[in-house]
Design a protein around this ligand. Structure first.
Ligand SMILES: *Cc1c(COP(=O)(O)O)cnc(C)c1O
Length: 855
């Protein structure tokens, strides 16, 4: 069959229905119910058979059917109204347009995966879903983001099971022409192409597809084009497919090719060039090298000057506290791509290698680390929850030796989720119909039992649970058919799960730290919970293992075998192929969302947020976002056995705590019914969750945080360095070079203090005078700081503040006295020391140069 030449014939829509094409190709339909209703109404049966995919639907409508629809005046009017609504959405001023003056004209957002809708399966898990939610919320807020990613020929795999529960992966080929993407073309109609050099005189070419995510264009590079040799065509064959060089070539295409795609996008559409570049995890890090190369070749900057200009306007988000989650390549491999004949003029190989070098204690000198490069190229960096920010500062402290963990320049912005995608329409429509606009906006309407009564709220929860049960049964039947069962053997599936039983959901990727099988630690106890005659629990579980991770597949198999037991299979199910489609039905129907990672390895986690937005209660280890927002009423915290070194024992302890909680609290409360048959305390918790977590967990909050705390400052810093022919970048690079070379002469010679009596009291003032040698540097180049705070028994400063001293005199050539006062503002053991750090208005933080001289 290889010789078959295929192409896709596009439907020609009658003029009256022309707008359907735009409505189908703008992915806003995926979070806009009325647009989906319109498509469904064109042909409900066909809509079901194409699984709710507008582009497929239009392709499958016959010319006769289309003619009949075009003659239906009512329908034509609905199309007009929806199209007009979309255009208003795309053009009207939104939050960003009134959010301030210094905001960037455009922001580029790079990610190796984007999870936007089930019809564009270009994601594997949380990282991609988050990227999709980021773009959608940016669109809703009017934030001028351009997404950059790859278009994978087969996306991530489709999961099924063998008879004995082993994961099987399939990679169905996707046809871009049948997807809601548009090929970007030159003015003469030929496909726009980006090309990058590969070792051995080879080239990698890619076409660029555009997916319209509401107001946000998402550019996706596709190497499967005839201009490429066979190997190069396979670079974008699948997401996280191969290892080593295949992965490196994907990341080169994403980073280097992505910048080139942005340039041609601006050239062809007139869109403003991005002022800020945000990389979602380290995979796209080469975007910084490409921008340095541009500045060197087009503006004659030196490498260091270009690096300053690039860094100032780059934001890096790290997503994993698990070292195995970070991409590392051999230094020799990177050398082939950026050295020899591929070395870029003005971008020396050793400088590129230095960006990703693990040249710190415990580092491996033979590898190139993409997260380290991300931090060195990103003037601003963040983790994805408060706890993860803290863990990341500890993890990367080695890059800033001499500074305390708290000063490592990695902040945090807690992830969020896109409510219109993840909230079941029944929930949002009920809220819209009952709440005042104010109560709807701040979610407090949920607290008002006169707006929605307990009986109504519980009925809504049951409806959602019933929908999940029905969907789970259909998936279970399909899975068993694949596993070789005949319909006659599957009668029990109609009785599997119940719409009235307390439902616990657990779905996520299956890396070891997420502990898929923790619940199986004591199988008898689990069975007892499931089969409790008074207060039964049912569990719905899903998750994919990375194709190369046999350990993960063994965990899935172990779990599936447990669920296959006829004694419990009506109360516990494993559903294959966890994806957006499943997730959208699963989260709303679960009463409890379970998460039991090994703390603190879950950077944030977002599935529990999606459950919460539908009134689900979380039952989770205090990790990621739950560590931050668990408040005692919105669910339960599974106690952790922190500090227990033995992994098995820790699992035993935490599993036992989980069983205890379910038995003595969760199930008790769910089945504790009042006179009206509803569980009152439970519903109070549901109301509390919807009202208080609702606003926090939303991705609009997250994107606003990114705009205020990272994008806006990065744009301002970028402009400072870019203006007047990059004068600021040249100045900063020159200054840094001087400071670096002269720093060895900087020294605190002597510190004196005065002003305190025998027994100092709170409010007393301590005068500090420091005598400092600066060598060739001047007092303007440095900040002389008193570091002061509480001191522990072991003479360590647990938390501290800094206060700058003023220069008072040059008492000798190159030697200065600095002085000032600090106020003793707490009682107890007080300690202080003096240090010198570099100072320049262009520095984003105190640790940026990694230079410090302590007394
Ligand atoms: C939200 C989501 C995830 C991420 O959930 P975590 O809690 O971060 O594990 C993964 N896959 C799908 C399909 C999702 O919708």
């Amino acid at each position: 069959m290889k010789a078959i030449r295929r192409f896709t014939v596009r439907t020609v829509l009658p003029a009256a229905l022309h707008d359907l094409d735009e409505l189908a190709h703008n992915l806003r339909w995926s979070w806009h119910g009325p647009t989906r209703d319109l498509f469904e109404s064109l042909d409900p049966a066909l809509w079901a058979s194409v699984k709710g995919d507008p582009v497929s639907l239009l392709g499958a409508l016959s010319p006769e059917k289309l003619a009949a629809l075009a003659a239906d005046a009512g329908l034509v009017e609905r199309v007009r109204v929806e199209a007009a609504g979309l255009r208003t959405y795309l053009t009207e001023p939104r939050w960003y347009q009134g959010a301030g003056d210094d905001l960037p004209a455009a922001i580029a957002y790079f990610s190796p995966e984007f999870g936007i809708t089930k019809v564009l399966p270009q994601y594997s898990g949380g990282l991609g879903i988050l990227a999709g939610d980021h773009l959608k919320s940016a669109s809703d807020l009017g934030v001028p983001i351009v997404g950059v990613g790859l278009l994978y020929g087969a996306g991530y795999f489709v999961q099924s099971l063998t008879r004995d529960g082993w994961q099987v992966e399939d990679y169905p080929l996707l046809d871009p022409d049948a997807m809601p993407v548009t090929l970007v073309r030159e003015d003469d109609g030929t496909p726009a192409t980006v090309s990058i050099n590969l070792p051995g005189d080879r080239m990698l070419h890619a076409h660029v597809w555009m997916a319209a995510v509401g107001r946000v264009p998402l550019l996706l590079l596709d190497s499967n084009i005839p201009e490429n040799d066979d190997l190069a065509r396979k670079v974008t064959d699948r997401l996280y497919g191969g290892g080593g060089e295949h992965r490196l070539q994907q990341e080169l295409l994403l980073g280097v090719g992505g910048v080139r795609a942005l340039r041609l996008w601006s050239r062809l559409t007139g869109a403003p060039e991005p002022e800020v570049y945000h990389t979602n995890e380290g995979h796209a890090g080469f975007l910084g090298v490409e921008r340095v190369a541009e500045l060197v070749s087009q503006h004659g900057l030196g490498f260091d000057e270009a690096l300053e200009a690039v860094r100032s306007a780059t934001v890096f988000t790290t997503h994993t506290p698990v070292p195995a989650g970070i991409d590392r390549f051999g230094v020799d491999t990177i050398s082939q791509y950026f050295g020899g004949a591929n070395e870029i003029a003005g971008v020396p190989l050793d400088r590129v290698l230095a960006l990703g070098a693990e040249d710190y204690e415990g580092g491996d000198p033979t590898v190139f680390n993409m997260a380290v490069m991300g931090l060195r190229l990103g003037g601003r960096a963040n983790g994805v929850s408060l706890l993860h920010g803290e863990v990341s500062r500890g993890m990367f402290n080695g890059l800033w030796p001499g500074f305390d963990g708290s000063e490592v320049p990695i902040s945090s912005i807690t992830n969020g989720v896109h409510a219109p995608t993840w909230v079941d329409r029944r929930v949002s429509e009920l809220a819209e119909s009952r709440f005042t606009p104010e109560a709807l906006a701040d979610s407090t309407g949920w607290l008002d039992p006169s707006a929605i009564t307990d009986a109504e709220l519980f009925a809504l929860r049951r409806e959602l649970r019933a929908q999940t049960v029905e969907d789970a049964r259909a998936r279970l039947r399909k899975s068993w058919r694949k596993r070789g069962a005949s319909p006659a053997e599957l009668g029990w599936v109609d009785e599997a799960l119940s719409p009235d039983v307390l439902t616990i959901g657990f779905a996520r990727r299956v890396p070891t730290y997420k502990r898929l099988t923790l619940m199986l630690r004591d199988p008898d106890r689990l069975r007892a919970l499931l089969l409790d005659p008074e207060r039964p629990v049912q569990l719905i579980i899903a998750g994919k293992s990375h194709p190369a991770d046999d350990q993960g597949k063994r965990l899935i198999q172990q779990l599936v075998k447990f669920t296959d037991d006829p004694a419990v299979r009506h109360r516990i199910v494993f559903l294959p192929n966890y994806d957006i489609g499943m997730a959208q039905t699963l989260y709303p129907g679960c009463d409890v969302w379970l998460n039991n990672p090994l703390r603190p390895l879950e950077a944030c986690g977002t599935s529990g947020m999606k459950a919460a937005l539908n009134g689900g209660l979380n039952l989770s280890i205090l990790d990621g976002w739950w560590d931050e927002w668990f408040d005692g009423e919105n669910g339960w915290a599974i106690p952790t056995a922190d500090g227990v070194e033995d992994a098995d024992r820790r699992d035993d302890l935490e599993a036992a705590a989980l069983y205890d909680l379910i038995e003595s609290q969760v199930a008790q409360r769910f089945y504790d019914r009042g006179e009206d048959g509803t569980p009152q305390h439970w519903l109070q918790q549901v109301r509390h969750t919807l009202a208080t977590l609702g606003p926090k967990v939303q991705a609009t909050r997250m994107v606003e945080d990114y705009v205020r705390h990272l994008y806006a400052p990065a744009a301002v810093a970028g402009r400072e360095l870019h203006g007047s022919g990059y004068a600021g970048a040249k100045d900063l690079a020159g200054w840094k070079a001087t400071v670096r070379s002269d720093w060895s002469q900087v020294r605190v010679d002597h510190v004196e203090s005065a002003g305190l009596g025998e027994s100092p009291q709170v409010g007393d003032r301590l005068a500090v005078r420091a005598y400092v040698s600066l060598g060739a540097l001047t007092p303007a180049d440095v900040d002389v700081q008193v570091v002061h705070g509480k001191v522990s028994e072991s003479d360590e400063m647990s938390s501290f503040e800094t206060q700058s001293l003023e220069v008072t005199e040059e008492y000798e050539n190159g030697r200065f006295a600095f002085g000032g006062e600090i106020v003793l503002d707490f009682s107890g053991a007080f300690g202080y020391t003096v240090r010198v750090v570099p100072r320049h208005a262009g520095l984003a933080n105190v640790a940026e140069l990694g230079l410090v001289s302590n007394a």
